[in-house]
Design a protein around this ligand. Sequence first.
Ligand code: SF4
Ligand code: SF4
Length: 459
Amino acid sequence: MTVITIDKDICTGCQECTKVCPVFAIEGNPHEAQKIVEERCVNCGQCVQKCKSYISLIDHGAEIYAQKRAERHLPETVTEPLFAAYNVCHLEEVIEALKSPKFTMIMAAPAVRVALAEDFGMPLGSLTPGKMAAAMRRIGFKRVYDTNWSADLTIMEEGTELVKRVTGGGTLPMFTSCCPAWIKYMEDQHPSLTKHLSTCRSPQQMSGPMFKTYGAKLNKVDPKDIFVVSVMPCTAKQFECSRPEMNASGQRDVDVVITTRELAYLIKYCGIDFNALPDEKFDMPLGDYTGAATIFGVTGGVMEAAIRTGYTLITGKELSDKDVDITPVRSTEGFRTADIRVGDLTLKVGILTYLKNIDPIIEKLEAGTLDLHFIEVMSCPEGCVSGGGQPKLVLDADVPEAYKNRRDATFAHDKNLPKRKSHENPAIKKVYEDFLKEPCGEQSHHLLHTTYKGSGGHH
Ligand code: SF4
Ligand code: SF4
């Protein structure tokens, strides 16, 4: 599946995109149209964020603009400049499903709620989960669920997997697996190392099969009639949902992925005044989430969430409120490590952000000198808050402020939620009691875990 394209008619060959591409997947001569080498591209969309060559309705005329808009499958209500690097939009399928008798369910990743409002003129990094839920309901989705719910589920599974590997002699270090750009990179470039990846699916791909099995039961609908839409800050998630093995529910687990930008297009297409919306809640129980889930959107967040729950899994005790902030893992440095005391164990962790920084880590892993238990990797510069599907920052000068504000809003959201550890989420406790039985058990293995090309199993 091609996710990211550079339009040769619009590209001026400025090569700004080649500078941000973490895997050197863009080729071409200066001042000529650039081309993406699909086998190397990890679909992160950083080139889409960076691209400055565009056509506009005013400068280039309605005819060519309409043609380019149609090629990208954008709705006709879109009138903003179209940049050379882009991802194909899947809103048509969403609009069709909304008109059909399908039982539509929507969810959004943690980083969407700290950036969506930017596309409606609100300050960079505005936190608007309540308006987002209200908008989704007014668009017509039958259930407004949340990827944050499945981020909490991911922590239960991934935390348990880590404890099993550490105490049972499994492959270490274990790497996080929630970033599909990182997964594609490992499968394509280092297949002999994929046994180091956690077998957990990403939160998006945990939601899909849970919505179409457990969610189908809760709503008393046939899984075949459910249509799951995922809103992501991420273009690589579009690739992930199309992977052939992502059908554990017996159906396509997630039907369509749209980006944060495209949710904004859809809200505008439906004529909804976003800024005037009241704050509404997500639908329960699959929209319930803790602070641990919300920090998945920033670099170090998955690690921090995993430690909050891992501590309890290992020691049987709870981290006190004052110890819940795991500050040693909080920074935006490309690679950092920390020793975390967990009962009698010293957990050695690493956090890598921006895939540009990966080479020295792979070298150490291959040499057997990477003395760590658990490593979080996110492909984008500061994690998903800076993802390729987020509102576009046309001015480079806005980038540091936008990233900082989105990050601050994420941590503020975490701090203000009543529960801040994934294992305290009542909806997660209930799903284990009623349906999954235990983390990393048989049902979880089937619905929530996966295998990888190379040493991490075969499809
Ligand atoms: S999507 Fe990411 S990996 Fe692919 S060409 Fe663009 S920047 Fe490079
Ligand atoms: S860091 Fe987040 S937004 Fe970026 S590619 Fe990975 S999952 Fe997607």
